[in-house]
Design a binder for this molecule. Sequence first.
Ligand code: 5GP
Ligand code: ZN
Length: 112
Amino acid sequence: MDCLFCKIIAGEIPSSKVYENDRVFVFRDINPQAPVHMLAVPKEHIGSADEVTAENSAAVAAIFEAIPKVAAAEGLTGGYRIVSNCGPDACQSVKHLHFHILGGKQLSEKMD
Ligand code: 5GP
Ligand code: ZN
């Protein structure tokens, strides 16, 4: 499958890794939109939030268990925002489920 994030997870494309376990990979966004901007992805290929099912949702739970660890490691004591763009209306550009973790500054109240 020709998937950019599967290639990053496999190490075929270099990335700045922040955290990894058997189900989850977290790395820095190449085009950061905040002082801290990480992407948390399942190692298993899931196309988007719209493809989460009872069969694969444990991967999502594993991501949400990893997020507080990476947030603490990055010093995001003031909080952070988690965003997952899903589909064309949300401008999803990489078709592998990912959660943006943004922080390190006061973020805008506006989310669209
Ligand atoms: P989306 O627009 O699908 O929600 O988010 C995709 C994100 O992936 C974007 O924020 C973009 O900057 C990031 N991105 C795209 N290509 C690469 C890459 O090759 N390496 C890394 N680290 N991030 C990437
Ligand atoms: Zn993939």
